[in-house]
Ligand binder design. Structure first.
Ligand SMILES: *[C@@H]1O[C@H](CO)[C@@H](O)[C@H](O)[C@H]1NC(C)=O
Length: 439
């Protein structure tokens, strides 16, 4: 280990001990504001069960996959390591695929596939994505441990809000059965957490896509309810205006960062996800002149997503994008509660995609030019709420950037965990205020 690193670690250790001492000195554990974690896309386990209506796409899928089921037929759909083996990747993708129904204007599971989240209210299903492979599939485990060190206890003061992250929300007037049910469950959890903690309002802590859901919950409830129930909203790595990376997922598929997976096998499933449509670059946040995709066919800015969806061969996405998603992202607004946005910066982040081959089109990976961001989300999007803050200047609003920390490592690296815990200490001491903090 280099000297600089050990120095850094020592400082972090002192910082965390200090933060723990601060919280425990001013507040007995019973006096903590309850804290609810809302994970990001793919950030909690998801279970599925197949009914008689299910039609497997191959014998392999019907006979051998999934390898393990419980007595009632439930198995872990996300995450199960066997999906990384090519023949099973397709079985997995078939079962994860959503369908948009024109008549009812809503999204549904594949026929014959039932899904559910596990242990709503607990952080259990968002600490690791596979309980048998904790190390390899750890998601929020380290963050939860840091919170436990300052006195938080799962089920008493600390809660988790897992959800079916394939589904999103829609603009007013459009049904969104699954996403709306999640917002109601989250609202009930907030009320329950406050009630079981002497009526203390809760701190909401989201990661990535979880921030978009949380913002909608806050913007869809009256100020009087918010004042009574929500102390503060900390959004980690929130893609307020989507990400260029998502254009790559739609055009060419995203291999889940695993070299074994062929991105084209999962592309159809990824395109079908309503929440992925929600994460396409928003014209509200991205510059209307900036070319995000260059191809032999046409060039695209954030205003040309409809054309883009058509050209990549996904015209089915156009109607839900135009009617449900676009009016939702164009109405991005600051909530009536104090907010802290924390995110990594100075990490190479996809900013422009260039497709050169007319023959291969969007089926081969593009050349990627990078810009500032957290490695996944572009800086303009991470700062998306800040630019709107004049709308609600009486609410404290704070931005904390942590250079060199990525979209995912913000949940694991000591330097980031220290900032997050410190902010929770500040909230308890009513010492947040409004500022732009660059570490
Ligand atoms: C797309 O942009 C590139 C680079 O700016 C330009 O050379 C090309 O002519 C544009 N293509 C189209 C179809 O507009």
């Amino acid at each position: 280990m280099r000297n600089g690193d050990s120095l850094l670690l020592a400082r972090v250790a002192i910082g965390l001990t200090w933060a723990a001492a601060m919280l425990c000195a001013c507040h007995s554990r019973a006096d903590l504001h309850p804290l609810i974690i809302v994970p990001g896309s793919g950030g909690n386990q998801l279970e599925a069960r197949l009914t008689g209506e299910y039609k497997a796409s191959s014998l392999l899928c019907s006979r051998l996959f999934p390898p393990v089921k419980d007595r009632d037929g439930w198995f872990r759909l996300w995450f199960e390591p066997s999906v990384l083996l090519a023949p099973f990747t397709k079985c997995f993708a078939d079962r994860m695929t959503l369908y948009y129904d024109w008549t009812s204007d809503d999204y549904y599971n594949a026929p014959g596939v039932e899904t559910r989240v596990c242990q709503f209210g607990s952080t259990e299903s968002l600490r690791h994505l596979d309980p048998h492979l904790k190390q390899a599939t750890s998601y929020m485990a380290t963050l939860v441990e840091s919170l436990q060190k300052v006195g938080y206890v799962d089920g008493e003061t600390l809660f988790g809000a897992p959800y079916d992250f394939r589904y999103g929300l829609a603009a007013d007037g459009h049904p969104s059965r699954v996403g709306s049910k999640f917002l109601q469950d989250l609202k009930d959890l907030i009320e329950k957490a406050a009630a079981s903690n002497k009526g203390k309002p809760v701190i909401l802590l989201s990661h990535s896509l979880g921030g978009l859901f949380t913002l909608q919950l806050l913007n869809r409830n009256p100020s009087s309810w918010l004042r009574r129930h929500v102390k503060h909203f900390i959004a980690l790595s929130a893609p307020w205006g989507g990400a260029v990376d998502e254009l790559l997922t739609f055009a060419s598929g995203n291999a889940l960062k695993v070299p074994l997976v062929d991105p084209l096998i999962v592309r159809g499933e990824q395109r079908s996800s309503e929440s992925n449509l929600w994460l396409l670059p928003s014209p509200k946040v991205f510059d209307s002149e900036e070319l995000l995709v260059i191809s032999p066919f046409a060039n695209y800015t954030a205003r040309d997503i409809v054309q883009f969806l058509d050209d990549i061969g996904f015209p089915e996405g156009i109607r839900p994008y135009e009617s449900r998603i676009l009016p939702l992202v164009e109405r991005l607004s600051v909530p009536d509660v104090p907010v802290t946005c924390m995110f990594g910066s100075s990490v190479k982040t996809p900013e422009k995609l260039t497709y050169r081959s007319k023959a291969k089109g969007f089926d081969e990976p593009p050349e990627v030019a990078h810009g500032d961001g957290d490695g996944t989300v572009n800086m303009a999007s991470l700062l998306g709420l800040e630019s709107l803050w004049e709308e609600n200047p009486k609410q404290p609003f704070k931005v904390v950037t942590i250079p060199g920390v990525s979209h995912m490592s913000i949940l694991k690296e000591e330097i980031a965990l220290r900032e997050i815990v410190q902010e929770i200490v500040n909230i308890h001491a009513n010492r947040v205020g409004s500022s732009y903090v660059r570490r």
